[in-house]
Design a binder for this molecule. Structure first.
Ligand code: SF4
Length: 81
């Protein structure tokens, strides 16, 4: 269980193999993995390595990927538009 970061992905996006592939490619710390069926797997053990780089936001529609800081101001990073 990650202490500092939570990543939420809309179920539709999590089932979209093309978007999942992009998420896997962009995240520098391998928080996203692709299951054999093409669906998304969040790699829990890597969550706290998140650098808040926001590279995972553009591949998915607005609001579909949300990176939540569980500390400080509790900011949520998500694509607005
Ligand atoms: S913000 Fe960056 S490090 Fe964090 S999950 Fe997204 S791509 Fe990975």
């Amino acid at each position: 269980m990650a202490l500092f970061i939570q990543v939420e992905v809309d179920p539709k996006v999590a089932a979209d193999a093309a978007i999942v592939k992009q998420l896997v490619e962009v995240c520098p710390v391998n928080i996203f993995a692709q299951k054999p069926d093409g669906g998304l797997e969040i790699v829990e053990k890597n969550l706290d390595e998140c650098t808040l780089c926001e590279l995972c936001l553009p591949p998915a529609p607005a609001g579909a990927v949300r990176v939540k800081k569980m500390y400080g101001d509790g900011e949520v990073l998500c694509r607005k538009g």
